[in-house]
Write a protein that binds this ligand. Structure first.
Ligand code: UD1
Ligand code: MG
Length: 460
């Protein structure tokens, strides 16, 4: 049973087309919008109506669409070959239970909102309801042709339209709702006698009108809901629309954005109070920013948590990592998967941390690689320090205990342990555990030769 629309509802999502105009080997509906495939946005909107069944028509690219989504609970109808949108819906019919209303949505019209779909389904109680919108530039879309009294007569595709018909600005969004028992009959009657030699779903409007069935139209809450993706250019336009809306929501929540047009969220960004995000930051997957976090320009942050009061300086990359409270990271730092920093940790320029825990108050301010390590509290890691964690076959762990001081240009050849309070002199190559509270140096003593004469060039 459908929930919110008070009637039995099934949804058919058309996603079998190749998307020729994308010029890409990736099936069109898998192109990413805000980090998710186009079709995922449509499925999400469909699911929010709590329909009985959702059937996806797939075809071009074989199982690529099915495999990419791997969502349980969807029905799949194969359309092979792809002979047009009406032919696509016909492939879905045997999967439906033959009663109630069918809502047909297109996998390449991803911004459609739940409220609009609900209105459309309500309008389809008696017969066919189509979602139309007036666009200032209707190029490429099917045009809605109305007759006496403004009644819808038929839809003409761009390629079949006369110059006069092309001047019509009311377009078909492709989205429609129809009682299923009428749908089969209308579909069976369509021909492919048109410019593209395809069976057009849009032709069921004329079929319904021919039967004397009422055809109503509903318009979306916002014009952008109806925008379709047929080219890379349209995909980029929709991306900016989605991004601007997400930026707007963040600002409503109190997030300060240096420029809402220069922010990219490819997933979910959760922000505490008083967060400031400077320009050109990219957030991917699920990212959480605590209270008072500041993100300087040009960072990429993926699937990570940044603790309250931390500052992420410019050009920093963070992936699958946790930054504790009051950290200072970057500029030009790289936190790789498994980096876990406790509070008040400073990671500076050209420092890479991988699969390591760094405890409170520790610092690595310049040029270092810390991998597979456990670093205690208040540790100071000098410039040029490297954990040699890999022998070409296996990875080994480095343990640095509290209050250790690692001098510059030091190699920690793992497995190795630096004891609590130990000091390593600059240039140390550590191959054995360094005892606590002692100085370890492995460098040679300098030799001084007074009056040394440099060689001179022979010949002249
Ligand atoms: C379609 C509409 C057009 C409307 C526009 C809105 C038709 C004939 N035309 O045109 O009136 O203005 O959408 O965006 O319906 N598909 C299949 N199987 C096929 C062909 C297409 O599943 O054989 C799917 C595609 O994957 C896509 C959707 O149907 O998700 C629409 O196909 P597309 O080729 O993009 O149609 P448009 O030319 O955009
Ligand atoms: Mg399209």
């Amino acid at each position: 049973m459908s929930g919110s629309v008070g009637n039995i509802l099934d949804v058919v999502i058309l996603a079998a087309g190749q998307g020729k105009r994308m010029n890409s080997t990736l099936p069109k509906v898998l192109h990413p919008l805000a980090g998710k495939p186009l079709i995922s946005h449509v499925i999400f909107a469909a699911q929010s109506l709590s329909p009985r069944d959702i059937c996806v028509v797939y075809g071009h690219g074989g199982n690529a669409v099915r495999d990419a989504l791997c969502m349980p609970g969807l029905l799949w109808a194969l359309q092979e070959p792809q002979l047009g949108t009406a032919h696509a819906v016909r492939q879905a019919l045997p999967h439906l239970r033959g009663d109630g209303t069918v809502l047909i949505v297109y996998g390449d019209v991803p911004l459609i909102q739940t409220a609009t779909l609900e209105n459309l389904v309500h309008a389809a109680k008696d017969a066919l309801a189509i979602l139309t919108v007036e666009l200032s530039d209707p190029t490429g879309y099917g045009r809605i042709l109305r007759g006496a009294g403004g009644r819808i007569v038929r839809i003409v595709e761009q390629k079949d339209a006369t110059d006069e018909e092309r001047r019509v600005r009311e377009v078909n969004t492709g989205i429609m709702a129809v009682p299923v028992e009428r749908l089969g009959g209308w579909l069976a009657r369509l021909s492919n006698d048109n410019a593209q030699k395809e069976y057009y779903l849009t032709d069921i409007v004329a079929a319904a009108v021919g039967d004397g069935a009422p055809v109503s139209s509903v318009s979306p809450g916002h014009d952008w809901e109806a925008l379709g993706v047929n080219s890379q250019e349209q995909l980029a336009e929709l991306e900016r629309i989605v991004q601007r809306r997400m930026a707007g929501k963040l600002m409503e929540q109190g997030v300060r954005l240096a420029d809402p047009a220069r922010l990219d969220i490819r997933g979910e960004l959760l922000c505490g109070r008083n967060v400031f995000i400077d320009v050109n930051n990219v957030f991917e997957g699920r990212v959480e920013l605590g209270e008072n976090v500041e993100i300087e320009p040009n960072c990429v942050i993926r699937d990570s948590r940044i603790g309250a009061g931390s500052r992420i300086a410019a050009f920093t990359h963070i992936e699958d990592a946790v930054v504790g409270a009051d950290g200072v990271i970057g500029p030009y730092a790289r936190l790789r998967p498994g980096a876990e920093l406790a509070e008040n940790v400073h990671i500076g320029n050209f420092v890479e941390i991988k699969k390591s825990r760094v405890d409170a108050g520790s610092k690595a301010n310049h040029l270092a690689y810390i991998g597979d390590a456990i670093v205690g509290r208040r540790v100071n890691i000098g410039a040029g320090t490297i954990t040699c964690n890999y022998d070409g076959a296996n990875k080994f762990q480095t343990i640095i205990e509290d209050d250790a001081f690692i001098g510059s240009d030091t190699q920690l050849v793992a497995p190795v342990k630096i004891g609590r309070g130990a000091t390593l002199g600059a240039g140390t190559t550590l191959t054995k555990d360094a005892p606590p509270d002692s100085l370890t140096v492995t460098r040679q003593k300098p030799v001084f030769i007074p009056g040394w004469k440099r060689p001179v060039k022979k010949g002249n």
